[in-house]
Design a protein around this ligand. Structure first.
Ligand SMILES: [Zn+2]
Length: 228
């Protein structure tokens, strides 16, 4: 992952945190880490009183997570939760984003998922990243060919192609999760639970890996062996 810039797509605010350890490690190595989130997460309220404020809450929580992980920029499409579709506007906005950021590698949802927004994100990004490299839609920026394309979740039919060593950064997943205060009910953890687990993990510093799957687009051939 010797990259200058990576772009991590997520259907909802916090999906990207699946690869929190990798993002934190790469950011610490000087890689520019960009996050792009398609929906506003407006359905993610566990209590009725949160309904009117949930979008603002999740925006702030996303920024808090970015500070924990060293993310350079968070781009928000702000499509409605449970309403993401591969329409022309979203497709073109994705092309424009890819051409502006010019990532060496893109990370996305795989196809094996029951969540409609995750499935849409898979289709939008796969198509738009390909088209971003073609000499089309010139008003959306200079064509940019993204060389490496990974899935970070949503692949159920095979073992990961790559295990990326995040030893020393394993606690970053919990740290980023802890910033999503509106989602603690979903995560079934309290702030005290997070604090205790983070402290334990920092002390223990366990060997840890993030899992990645290659898409058919990638020209990568030589991978390190997957530790067992
Ligand atoms: Zn999601």
């Amino acid at each position: 992952m010797n990259y200058k810039r990576i772009l991590v797509f997520g259907a909802h605010p916090d999906d990207e945190q699946t690869m929190a350890g990798t993002m934190a490690k790469l950011a610490g190595m000087g890689v520019e880490v960009y996050v792009a989130i398609f929906t506003d997460g407006r359905d993610g309220y566990p209590e009725p009183w949160m309904k009117d404020n949930i979008v603002e809450m999740r925006h702030a929580e996303g920024e808090a997570s970015d500070r924990v992980l060293g993310v350079k920029e968070r781009y928000r499409f702000d499509r409605p939760d449970a309403g993401l579709v591969n329409d022309t506007a979203t497709f073109k906005e994705t092309i424009e984003l890819v051409r502006r950021i010019r990532p060496d590698a893109v990370f996305n949802h795989g196809l094996h998922d029951r969540n409609r927004d995750h499935i849409s994100a898979n289709a939008i990004v796969l198509e738009a990243v390909g088209q971003a490299g073609e000499p089309v839609c010139a008003e959306l920026g200079e064509p940019w060919d993204t060389l490496h394309f990974f899935y970070y979740k949503g692949v159920a039919d095979r073992e990961p192609d790559l295990l990326y060593d995040i030893t020393g950064y394993a606690h970053k997943h919990l740290e980023s999760r802890a910033t999503q205060k509106s989602q603690h009910t979903l995560f079934k953890k309290t702030e005290e639970d997070f604090a205790a687990e983070i402290a334990g993990m920092r002390q223990e510093n366990p060997a840890a890996y993030d899992r990645f799957w290659l898409t058919g687009r990638t020209p990568l051939r030589d991978f390190p062996d997957i530790p067992t």
